[in-house]
Design a protein around this ligand. Structure first.
Ligand code: B16
Ligand code: MG
Length: 218
């Protein structure tokens, strides 16, 4: 039987950096007189930095020169990184580390599939880098989720066929990307939002070793 590989999204699955993205985007939007709510932030989950700023400008009905656009992207990321650089292992979401330990103990190939250009910095900050056999992030991918590129690339790097990969994702676009890659998708979040996933759990405290074992053996 072919070995099952697991691909983890980062933000919202391994760590909750969404709250830092929200603060940094809110400050930036407010600085150019655009109101920015938590509901709007939901729509930025899994979305690249460029696309996020494009959406915020659209909501605020604003057009900017390329120079100004680049300057604001840089400003947002600088503020975001001040939060990231204060993260510790305590910021790893509940039961994620035991899950990684369990998968390692079974010899499961593990990859990261994230839209973030800061993914490696975040994994290092919370001491999780050594769990990953492949890291595919926003510095590598050219097509944003829901395009399957990020997960297809991760599978290739693990020498796995897509049909043997399972993706853990918290965003709608990410679940769609996993489905488009013909991988089994496990949504982390709320069922009404992630209804397209094969399975949905609120978080890793709801995922038993029994269930993981079944996934690995199917
Ligand atoms: P950066 P994921 C995504 O991470 C975030 O969900 C999304 O809100 C963010 O805009 C994107 O990364 C890009 O992040 O600005 O750090 O390059 O969920 O794909 O791990
Ligand atoms: Mg995510």
């Amino acid at each position: 039987m072919a070995k099952t590989s697991i691909i983890f999204d980062l933000d919202g699955v391994i760590v909750d950096t969404a709250k830092f993205h929200f603060l940094a985007w809110k400050n930036l939007a407010n600085s150019i007189d655009i109101n920015f709510t938590e509901q709007e932030n939901e729509q930025l989950k899994g979305v690249s930095r460029i696309k996020s700023l494009e959406k915020i400008l659209q909501w605020g009905n604003k057009k900017l020169s390329q120079d100004e656009f680049d300057r604001l992207m840089h400003q947002k990321n600088t503020e975001y990184l001040t939060f990231v650089d204060q993260m510790t292992e305590d910021d790893i979401l509940p039961e994620v580390k035991p899950t990684l330990d369990f998968l390692k103990s079974k010899g499961t190939p593990i990859a990261l599939g994230s839209a973030s250009k800061n993914a490696k910095r975040i994994l290092k900050q919370v001491n999780l880098t050594h769990y990953f056999d492949a890291i595919v992030d926003g510095t590598v991918v050219t097509k944003a989720k829901p395009d399957p590129q990020v997960f297809v690339t991760a599978a290739k790097q693990l020498n796995s066929k897509p049909q043997n990969c399972i993706v853990f994702e918290d965003s709608v676009a990410g679940v769609q990307a996993a489905n488009a890659a013909e991988m089994l998708s496990v949504g982390i979040g709320k069922t009404p939002v992630l209804g397209e996933a094969n399975y949905v759990f609120s978080d890793f405290t709801e995922i038993s070793q029994n269930f993981l074992e079944k996934l690995l053996n199917q």
